[in-house]
Design a protein around this ligand. Structure first.
Ligand code: SF4
Length: 165
């Protein structure tokens, strides 16, 4: 049976980033995944009702886990609080994974929604801190495995270990 993987929509070439551009996956990885897996594109920030393009947002004084715990918030560069939209987007991603029986995601590193190892520190100065985004935190809490688009080897190893390729 082909494995199902949820992928950050921007990584599959959809122009849903805050500035209306797309990101991309490593070309070799993308062809490999397209051959071996069923890929589902979703953007948590769009799912949360935010427009594209939109003001850039960062998690202030914490990580995605802190946002879910109620001790940090997500704000745009113009100080608009968008925490509720980020949480709603995360919930919709979890619901989608459960409905489609998806247990693996590949999400864009450094995003306040999709980051899995590093995120920006909330000062809009380009500084990074260790931590994961809001959607990644909620997915992991629901036992869904999240890989960064920047850690391809770990993903391939995981797929092979699970005899899915
Ligand atoms: S929220 Fe995730 S999927 Fe959407 S644009 Fe940002 S990194 Fe890409």
């Amino acid at each position: 049976m082909r494995i199902k993987i949820l992928v950050s929509s921007c990584l599959l070439g959809n122009p849903v980033r805050y500035n209306g551009t797309a990101g991309k996956l490593d070309k070799n990885l993308q062809s490999y995944l397209e051959e071996e897996c069923d890929l589902y594109a979703l953007c948590p920030e769009c799912e949360g009702g935010l427009d594209t393009p939109r003001q850039p947002a960062e998690i202030c004084e914490g990580t995605g886990d802190d946002v879910l715990g109620g001790t940090a918030c997500v704000k745009t560069c113009l100080d608009r609080n968008v925490t509720d939209s980020f949480i709603l987007g995360a919930q919709r991603c979890v619901e989608f994974c459960k409905r489609e029986e998806i247990s693996i995601c590949i999400l864009k590193e450094r995003s306040p929604s999709c980051g899995s190892s590093t995120i920006y520190d909330g000062t809009f100065t380009g500084r990074l801190i260790q931590g994961r985004g809001v959607t990644t935190a909620m997915l992991v809490k629901n036992n869904i495995t999240v890989f960064s688009d920047e850690n391809i080897n770990e993903l391939i190893q995981h797929l092979k270990q699970n005899e899915t390729v």
